[in-house]
Design a protein. Structure first.
Length: 156
């Protein structure tokens, strides 16, 4: 499963490189662009999950965030894989799972005093930028160069 490991490493690296905007109640996690990858390979599901665990762990998140933030990514990646036949729907599960779960983590684990419903909007906006817009740019690139990166016969 080298693809999953590579995806995990890239996700964690992007989270840490862009740490100032990867964490908090207003965030645009650039690594979420990789949420398009379940459209190309099922290895992206565990890869994104492990990458999120590593990014959160190495980024100094508390255990609640490491666990539940990573579960949000796992839910989004799994549902994205199920929707892989429709490119435009693939990033949506990640955006929604993070918009629902992360504000609760921020409120209960970090005692962020912004109303949860408002943080849901903030996180959703950040996810739209990270997973949807940047993810679609990445997805478009990969669709044009798919044979260079992925071999479908071993991945269905």
């Amino acid at each position: 499963m080298p693809r999953g490991g590579i995806i995990a490493a890239v996700y964690a690296a992007l989270t840490l490189i862009f740490a100032p905007i990867s964490f908090g109640p207003v965030q645009v996690r650039i690594a979420e662009a990789l949420s398009i990858l379940p459209m190309f390979t099922k290895a992206a599901v565990p890869g994104l999950f492990i990458g999120c665990i590593l990014g959160n762990l190495l980024g100094g998140a508390v255990i609640t965030d490491i666990v539940f933030g990573s579960i949000a990514t796992l839910i989004g990646a799994f549902l994205a894989y199920l929707l892989r036949k429709n490119r435009w729907l693939v990033p949506i599960p990640t955006a929604i799972s993070n918009a629902v779960i992360i504000p609760l983590v921020l409120h209960y684990a970090y005692d962020v005093q912004i109303p949860v419903y408002l943080m849901m909007l903030y996180i959703l906006a950040g996810e739209f930028l990270g997973s949807y817009l940047l993810g679609e740019v990445l997805g478009d690139f990969l669709l044009r160069h798919e044979k260079s990166f992925f071999h479908k016969e071993n991945d269905e």
